[in-house]
Design a protein around this ligand. Structure first.
Ligand code: AP5
Ligand code: MG
Length: 191
């Protein structure tokens, strides 16, 4: 079983590359952002709580997302590997994930970290905001708030996995296909 974290700031291409990776490798894709947006669309109490944070570009509390992840792992006992997208986002989430995977006698194999300049991130997200309908893409202020949350809380996730030598940085600028090929090369090395 191979479990991968696709790591990177908002707009770095995690969702775009995840779609291609799950098609090729048949991983179970777990995007906490997508799960939270489904909860919002279904107007659940979890979704209503999460929306307050997401609309401001802030992270949702750890216990909320860790609970969701635990549920998805339990619901997919047959998965041949998980691709985590947008999770973990804090050191506490990383530790919780390691514990949950350990209970299943597995672990994170690789953290693939997409690197993209801040100017390019803002440009991509403002552009997507023209059509995405995502409330956190609507203006530069919220987009910058997401990037600040990433710097203050999420970069610690890469530091956490570096101590286990699991992090590989991949340049996330250039064509989608070129970036995909770089990611595949690293995954194939682990298979
Ligand atoms: P989430 O949904 O995870 O969003 P994000 O990480 O902020 O980033 P995006 O999904 O916007 O970007 P991406 O890296 O997937 O890039 P994409 O492929 O879309 O989280 C949203 C919110 O939910 C958070 O702010 C938080 O509130 C909450 N949340 C989620 N998970 C949480 C957690 N674990 N803990 C706490 N809170 C959590 O690409 C972006 C754009 O760029 C697209 O338009 C795409 O077409 C374009 N693009 C992609 N690749 C390229 C390329 N190579 N060249 C040019 N353009 C490209
Ligand atoms: Mg995404």
């Amino acid at each position: 079983m191979i479990n991968i974290i696709l790591f990177g700031p908002p707009g770095s291409g995690k969702g775009t590359q995840s779609e291609k990776l799950i098609e090729k490798y048949k991983f179970k894709h777990i995007s906490t952002g997508d799960l939270l947006r489904s909860e919002i669309a279904a107007k659940t109490s979890l979704g209503i709580e999460a929306k307050n944070f997401m609309d401001k570009g802030q992270l949702v509390p750890d216990e909320v997302v860790i609970g969701m992840i635990s549920h998805v792992l339990e619901a997919n006992p047959q998965a041949k590997g998980f691709l985590f997208d947008g999770f973990p986002r804090t050191k506490a989430q990383s530790e919780a994930l390691d514990k949950l995977l350990h209970e299943k006698h597995t672990e994170i194999s690789l953290v693939l970290a997409l690197t993209v300049s801040e100017d390019e991130l803002v440009k991509r997200l403002l552009n997507r905001g023209l059509t995405s309908g995502r409330s956190d893409d609507v203006n530069e202020e919220i987009i910058r708030a997401r990037i600040i949350e990433y710097e203050n809380k999420t970069m610690a996730v890469a530091d956490y996995y570096k101590q286990f030598n699991k992090v590989i940085a991949i340049k996330g600028e250039g064509s989608v296909n070129d970036i995909f090929n770089l990611l595949c090369k690293e995954i194939d090395n682990k298979l």
